[in-house]
Design a protein around this ligand. Sequence first.
Ligand code: TMP
Length: 253
Amino acid sequence: MARRKLIYEGKAKILYEGPEPGTYVQYFKDDATAGNGAKKDVIEGKGVLNNRLSEFFMLGLANIGIPTHFIRRLNMREQLIRQVEIIPLEVIVRNFAAGSMAKRLGMEEGAALPRPIVEFSYKDDKLGDPLVPEEYIIAFGWASQQDMDDIVSMALRVNDFMSGVMYGVGIKLIDFKIEIGRVWDNEFPRLVVADEISPDCCRLWDVETGQKLDKDVFRQDLGNLADAYTEVARRLGVLPSNVTHRPKPTLIN
Ligand code: TMP
């Protein structure tokens, strides 16, 4: 088989040229990194889980009318996506204080916020993805004011969807990060949710015990990351093993 053209290799995913114009194949690696690459490991099975989970969330978003880059899953590690122009921002939504916000403001981890807060980091590994105000984003032309209004409302809709889905399986959505891309449909630009949605880019705590089921397990050496992600996938019913629990077909005479 001819080797596919590599478009971009990131820390957790690889993008290849897709089979049709305007598409890419997104490959999920098993690599885990934290602290902007300072801590690295290979977590067997993580790529497979994130491929399934991202498919699940992206399809869910499409079902409630939020456009995404996702077209279809191709196999265990790959999905077909639309080519998009990535807006160079990490769009972060927080429901409870944690991570960099808790540290910056001296807040207790898990403290409820008065309302969901949307914030933006400029995507640049060399700079460590610095937090940036909307004023910078518009002044530097990374996105327009209209884009930012659309991005905030999209991020809050994603938050409502994700919080509800997670709460339904006993998981609190503490915060998450999404990326937004621009696609062109007959000269008209449209914003879509891009990249991935997986426990790599969320904070997920068990509602009852507070147990962490996300990448903080790796960042903070709290246990086996693949076990945590498998638990999220199992609760959401997206593991292939679920298929085996379906009732067996009945013979019709
Ligand atoms: P933070 O508390 O470290 O700023 O992260 C907030 C959320 O965004 C958390 O769920 C992790 C996610 N995130 C990423 O997935 N990638 C990133 O580069 C950053 C800065 C945050």
